[in-house]
Ligand binder design. Structure first.
Ligand code: NAD
Length: 514
């Protein structure tokens, strides 16, 4: 069944003013709190979103629970067929999906296309679920005894996601959760929730039974209801570090399996032998793409030696000054607005504070005005040189278009700086020296490492996750780790002796008799 929202978009009607939850295949609205959704390019409130209360959360859980047994018992091939159809629908409706993302998030359309593409890769990986769930089998584990491990689903699981990738980050979760046979409740960010309802419509159209995928909207209050609910077996979370830490602690205390991915401070190290111009081009996209609102964004450039630092700063400055900034709908722009007015104020403050603490402001983007969009949440790109580790701008995740240059004397100093940082999501090294690259990737305490790759986001067949304060839990997002996260091991030991089961009583602990 298509959701109301999907039908409306196809009919070209104006969007509803209040976005409801999607439960059991239909949109549901409760009385009570609502939150505004802004168009970040104009600053205007474009619609509102309902906040799920405990009755709505109960309804979503009941709907998922009642769909679970049939979905669990659906063969993996049939579950994969739904995902194949879903994948085709994602391609067919790509433009609408990207427009929805840009309208509520603000990122430029091309960037939204990139995010959708990376999400589709996870769906493609999930389409191989029959292969991925095959389990482990040993014939003759003992005399006429066979044993195997199988991986049944957990039941009802939930995902809580951030604003910065409203399509892709949920896709790190639900395609694999569903493929494994779970029912899913998504709580997307309240800042750009609209596209999740559209996705629910596409899943229904692909043949997913009602109740298998549900969306509840809201803020912290809704998340806490999900977190404390005994009948939700697992929570996948992606967002900021303080929230990730508290989700991990509270969810684990409530007996759930939890994976909680947090914030980041990603360093790019430039060696004196690096090809500087391509490195600068890569850094521009990695630092200023999506207005710096990516958990893998490069926010610190560590230059080894003053010579390479001076050259990098000179080239970066030229490019930062010429960034084209404006509404994401205009494909000519490199960078759209930030997500909110508060983000603009926070970024302005961080840059000002850095200057007070002694950083050199090479490019100041704080007072950018975009013609005809004076109320939009725009800010220009800033570049800070001679940043030192004790400055707040270095210690905190800024999540805006601000790049800090730190100068060091050798690679060991760069590695020590990165390893001392509390975050451990991504890092990269630009060099032509294979030995230095190997040394760096061995020594650095970071989950995702690039060599001459500025955004080393693993493809869907690997898993995604950082170290230290960037991830709480043991299993990463998507890829093989997600199969383990959304299933639990059951090991069956089976004996069919030819002469019957009579063996007499044996009080000694059974040996494998291998
Ligand atoms: P956020 O932590 O404010 O919100 C994330 C989600 O948690 C939202 O759905 C929100 O409604 C909910 N939430 C907010 N406060 C809560 C609370 N106190 N208790 C329970 N739930 C709460 O993050 P954001 O601003 O939406 O997203 C940006 C952050 O996400 C950045 O820190 C970024 O680095 C991080 N992020 C990390 C990754 C990763 O893979 N490590 C990926 C994307 C984004």
């Amino acid at each position: 069944m298509k959701s109301t929202r999907l039908q409306e978009h196809e009919a070209g009607e104006s969007p509803v003013t209040l976005l409801g939850h999607v439960i059991n295949g239909s949109e549901v609205v409760n009385d009570g709190a609502v939150l505004p959704i802004h168009n970040p390019a104009t600053g205007a409130v474009i619609r509102q979103v309902a906040v799920a209360d405990s009755a709505i959360v109960e309804q979503a859980i009941a709907s998922a629970e009642s769909a679970f047994a049939a979905w669990r018992d659906t063969t993996p091939q049939r579950r994969a067929r739904v995902l194949f159809r879903f994948r085709e629908l994602l391609e067919q409706h790509a433009e609408t999906l990207c427009e929805l993302v840009t309208a509520e998030h603000g990122k430029v359309l091309n960037d939204a296309r990139g995010e959708l593409g990376r999400g589709i890769e996870v769906v493609e990986y999930a389409c191989g679920i029959a292969e991925l769930l095959k389990g482990e089998h040993l014939k003759n584990a003992g005399p006429r005894i066979d044993s195997w491990s199988e991986f049944p689903p957990l039941g009802v699981v939930a995902g809580v996601t951030p604003f910065n990738f409203p399509v892709m980050v949920p896709m790190w979760m639900y395609p694999l959760a569903l493929a494994c046979g779970n029912c899913f409740i998504l709580k997307p960010s309240e800042k750009d929730p609209g596209v999740s309802n559209y996705i629910a419509g596409l899943l229904s159209e692909a043949g997913l039974p009602d109740g298998v995928f549900n969306v509840v909207h809201g803020d912290r209050s809704t998340v806490e209801l999900l977190l404390d609910h005994a009948r939700i077996r697992a929570i996948s979370f992606v967002g900021s570090t303080p929230v990730a830490r508290s989700i991990y602690t509270r969810g684990s205390a409530a007996g759930k399996r939890v994976q909680a991915l947090g914030g980041a401070k990603n360093h790019a190290v430039i060696m004196p032998d690096a090809d500087v111009e391509p490195a600068v081009e890569a850094l521009m996209g990695a630092a200023y793409g999506s207005c710096g609102q990516r958990c893998m964004a490069v926010s610190v450039v560590v230059c080894v030696g003053d010579e390479v630092a001076d050259r990098i700063v000179e080239l970066l400055a030229e490019k930062v000054r010429s960034l084209r900034i404006g509404p994401g709908q205009d494909n000519g722009n490199d960078m759209g607005p930030l997500i909110s007015r508060e983000s603009v104020e926070r970024v302005r403050m961080s840059v000002g504070e850095a200057v007070q603490q002694g950083a050199e402001l090479v490019v100041d983007g704080r007072d950018l005005q975009v013609p005809n969009h004076l109320n939009g949440f725009f800010i220009g790109g800033s570049l800070l040189d001679r940043v030192t580790p004790e400055m707040n701008v270095y210690q905190q995740e800024i999540f805006g278009p601000v790049l800090c240059v730190v100068r060091v004397t050798d690679l060991d100093e760069a590695i020590a700086l990165i390893n001392d940082n509390r975050f451990g999501n991504g890092t990269c090294l630009f060099t032509r020296d294979g030995e230095a690259a190997r040394y760096f990737s061995d020594a650095v305490q970071i989950g995702m490492v690039g060599v001459n790759v500025a955004l080393p986001v693993p493809i869907a067949n690997h898993s995604f996750g950082g170290w230290k304060d960037s991830l709480f839990g043991d299993l990463y997002a998507y890829g093989p780790d997600a199969i383990r996260f959304y299933t639990r091991r059951k090991t069956v030991t089976q004996r069919w002796p030819s002469g019957g089961l009579k063996e007499g009583i044996r009080y000694a602990f059974p040996e494998s008799q291998g």
